[in-house]
Design a protein around this ligand. Structure first.
Ligand code: CIR
Length: 263
């Protein structure tokens, strides 16, 4: 059985720019170490390849410190790709930069034109719907434009709330199976995952709620043993990758790739 929400053949990643040390962050917990970031990013790409991904690795973009977080610039679905409109002013130009590779891959490329804003990190595509979290980066107009663009394919777009003080909706959750979600307790309490099988991350391990299901494995950040064990017991095949440097920029596993299948 193939699932469109996590059976993929390809991923797009972008090499980390040296300027990433100036990337956006909600709280300053210290400068990321560029060399360690690069090493973690290489491990991340190896993990994707281990899951079966052919990886398009784009050149670094020094003028955009956060451009390694490619997920925010586009949404890749089986029928089309949609270029986002990032709500962070320093990231707006990343949409144009992702366009060439997306246009090479997809015959149908749509674009959020505005005035609203929307970032990929706020979008969780499951087997039955597309959940979009309103956040400091994603507003109602952006979500409404996404819903309009998706009308030809009958997608159900559902607006949900990103918890306060959380950057993106997916900072706090991930799709881990065809009807299964990994979530922080805080987000799960909001009730937005009714009808899904929800696995919550363990106390104090909220930072591992952002993981990636890619084919038969789950890629998650290293250093969250209680949640890792819980998931292993549930039968998940886990690959861990160091994420301490990206975490200093509020980045996680899903942020660093766009995942899709080409026909
Ligand atoms: C930002 O604030 O935009 C970046 N420093 C982190 C983006 C993380 N992206 C994501 O969660 N999808």
């Amino acid at each position: 059985m193939e699932y469109k929400s996590y059976n993929f053949t390809h991923a797009i990643c972008r090499k980390p720019a040296r300027s990433l040390i100036n990337g956006l962050r909600a709280i300053d917990t210290g400068q990321p170490d560029y060399d360690v970031f690069v090493k973690d990013h290489e491990d991340y790409i190896s993990a994707l390849k281990k899951c079966g991904a052919k990886v398009h690795l784009l050149d670094a973009l020094e003028q955009y410190p956060d451009s390694v977080f490619v997920e925010d610039a586009a949404l890749c679905l089986p029928e089309c790709a949609i270029i986002m409109r990032p709500g962070a002013p320093t990231r707006l130009g990343e949409a144009q930069e992702i366009l060439p590779v997306i246009s090479d891959i997809y015959s149908t490329v749509l674009r959020i034109e505005g005035p609203g804003f929307i970032e990929g990190g706020d979008i969780l595509a499951t087997e039955k719907e597309i959940l979009v979290g309103k956040s400091a980066r994603t507003d109602e107009a952006g979500i409404a434009e996404l819903a309009r663009l998706l009308e030809p394919w009958d997608y159900l777009v559902r607006t949900v709330e990103t918890p306060a003080d959380i950057l993106h909706f997916k900072t706090d959750c991930s799709l881990i199976g065809y009807n299964a979600i990994l979530s922080t307790k805080n987000l799960a309490r909001s009730g937005c995952f009714e009808g899904y099988d929800v696995v919550t991350v363990e106390e104090g391990e909220e930072a591992c709620a952002n993981a990636i299901r890619f084919n038969n494995s789950l890629i998650m950040p290293r250093g969250f043993p209680a949640t890792e064990e819980k998931l292993q017991k549930l039968g998940y095949d886990i690959i861990t990758v160091g994420n301490e440097q990206a975490a200093k920029l509020d980045g996680g596993m899903s942020c660093m790739s766009l995942r899709f299948t080409t026909s």
